[in-house]
Design a protein around this ligand. Structure first.
Ligand SMILES: CC(C)(COP(=O)(O)OP(=O)(O)OC[C@H]1O[C@@H](n2cnc3c(N)ncnc32)[C@H](O)[C@@H]1OP(=O)(O)O)[C@@H](O)C(=O)NCCC(=O)NCCS
Length: 178
């Protein structure tokens, strides 16, 4: 059995736990993220999203460069894994924040809480002074999360390909300064 490193650290937020993702999370991850309304708001989640897709994503993240990439599982103690927050290098050599939450858990402030806690970790423990993010122009919920967490619009709009849409979508780029 492959040993996955304990990265990133296990950290507590107010109601949530942010913790490393392991292969055991592949099934719940696939169950929750196999949802077109999640996949279509991201660039990289395919639809449908199978357990094998989750496994290969988790394995890729376990081998990622810890200086540039991290994946937190978002856990609600009574429920287990309910979503993820990822920090991934983009094509402009910036680290970019991305996330999704399973549909039953939307609208309760969970992702704002998770992103705010990950940003605190990124500043205090990971030594990051700048992080990027972006949301598709038709995703007001994600815009609200990023604004509440302290991201600002750069003014740049990019066309980014969404696997699940099989099309490009206008993306509003944002930046967070520690
Ligand atoms: C985006 C997502 C993570 C939000 O998670 P969440 O836990 O529901 O977010 P929160 O409850 O912390 O905040 C959501 C905010 O969006 C607002 N919102 C939700 N739907 C909205 C809409 N249609 N129009 C405007 N605002 C909306 C909520 O009112 C809330 O803001 P408020 O607290 O100021 O009222 C979740 O909807 C999701 O996983 N969506 C699909 C994947 C995705 O979009 N990922 C991000 C890609 S950039």
């Amino acid at each position: 059995m492959t040993q996955f490193p304990s990265w990133p650290p296990d950290i507590a937020a107010e109601r949530l736990r942010l913790r490393p993702v392991t292969l055991e999370d592949a099934a719940p991850m696939a169950r929750l993220a196999d949802d077109l309304d999640i996949a279509r708001m991201t660039t990289s989640i395919p639809y449908p999203f199978h357990v094998a897709d989750a496994e290969s994503f988790i394995a890729r993240m376990a081998a990622a460069d810890r200086a540039r990439e991290a994946l937190f599982g978002v856990e609600l103690p009574t429920e287990g894994l309910i979503g993820v927050v990822g920090l991934h290098p983009n094509d402009q050599d910036r680290v970019e924040v991305g996330y999704w939450l399973g549909r039953p858990y939307w609208g309760r402030g969970y992702m704002t809480e998770a992103v705010e806690r990950v940003l605190l970790w990124a500043r205090e423990e990971w030594g990051r002074a700048i992080l990027a993010s972006g949301h598709f122009a038709d995703n007001p919920a994600s815009a609200a999360v990023l604004i509440k967490a302290g991201f600002l619009y750069t003014g740049e709009r990019r066309a980014r390909f969404s696997l699940a849409r099989e099309a490009e979508a206008e993306t509003r780029m944002m930046i967070w300064l520690a």
